[in-house]
Design a protein around this ligand. Structure first.
Ligand SMILES: C[S@@+](CC[C@H](N)C(=O)[O-])C[C@H]1O[C@@H](n2cnc3c(N)ncnc32)[C@H](O)[C@@H]1O
Length: 212
């Protein structure tokens, strides 16, 4: 998988869909008061950039060397001692993880205070098929109930949940993973009314989970 992501690195740094959005600003607001943070699955580094803007010391982590993280590692196996960071954040990445429950458990272990999670929300099986067609590294989007279960199994308390509609350019979304031709047409058909005027709107979920 690292090779796939290394090849995509520049596209994720430049991506309008990832550079900003209400979900990113929510995550930054929830990080208020933190002095240190770990950005898990940093990708193009947008979470780290915004948290550093707020004066927080950020360590970035990603398994793909091409993303230039500070630490190369999977979320499921974090190479840090317990309670190493005030905040642990992970945005728009868990849908690629082999073991999301294990990743949340690891994030809870290395967080001193809170874990901030953002991802595309489960929108039904047709949307799942579209995501998998567009990107074979897609594993699954999760519902609010599943996110709550991951957090609770990790010994965290869910303190806040927010939902967002996130709209962005459809052609750029397909191009980022090299999805074209018949596969692109099938993916767009499966997305139905979520595609309008060349824009795709996906639902996102943000979770603030705290250490008890
Ligand atoms: C869409 S990008 C992340 C976007 C970024 N967090 C942002 O807010 O713009 C997904 C990232 O997940 C990383 N990734 C894939 N599997 C992973 C795993 N098991 N643990 C941690 N990161 C993983 C990929 O290398 C890639 O950089």
């Amino acid at each position: 998988m690292s090779n796939v992501w290394d090849a995509r690195a520049a596209a994720y740094v430049d991506s309008d869909a990832h550079r900003g959005g209400a979900d990113l600003e929510q995550l930054v607001a929830w990080a208020e008061g933190a002095r240190s943070a770990l950005d898990v699955a940093t990708g193009g580094g947008h979470v780290a950039r915004r948290l550093r803007d707020e004066g927080i010391d950020v360590v970035t982590l990603d398994p793909s060397p091409g993303m230039n993280p500070d630490v190369i590692s999977r979320a499921e196996d974090l190479p840090f001692a317990d309670a190493s960071f005030d905040v642990v954040a992970c945005r728009t990445a868990a849908h690629h993880f082999a073991d999301p429950a294990g990743a949340v458990r690891e994030m809870g272990r290395v967080a001193r205070d809170r874990v901030l999670l953002v991802d595309t929300e489960f929108m039904g099986e047709e949307a799942e098929q579209a995501e998998a067609l567009r990107d074979p590294s897609h594993v699954r989007n999760y519902s609010e109930a599943e996110w709550r279960a991951f957090a609770e199994a990790a010994g965290l308390r869910v303190a806040d949940v927010e939902h967002f509609e996130h709209a962005f350019d459809l052609a750029a979304w397909l191009a980022r993973t090299g999805c074209e031709g018949d596969e692109a047409e099938r993916a767009v058909a499966l997305l139905g009314e979520r595609v309008h005027d060349g824009r795709l709107t996906l639902r996102k979920i943000a979770v603030r989970a705290v250490k008890p």
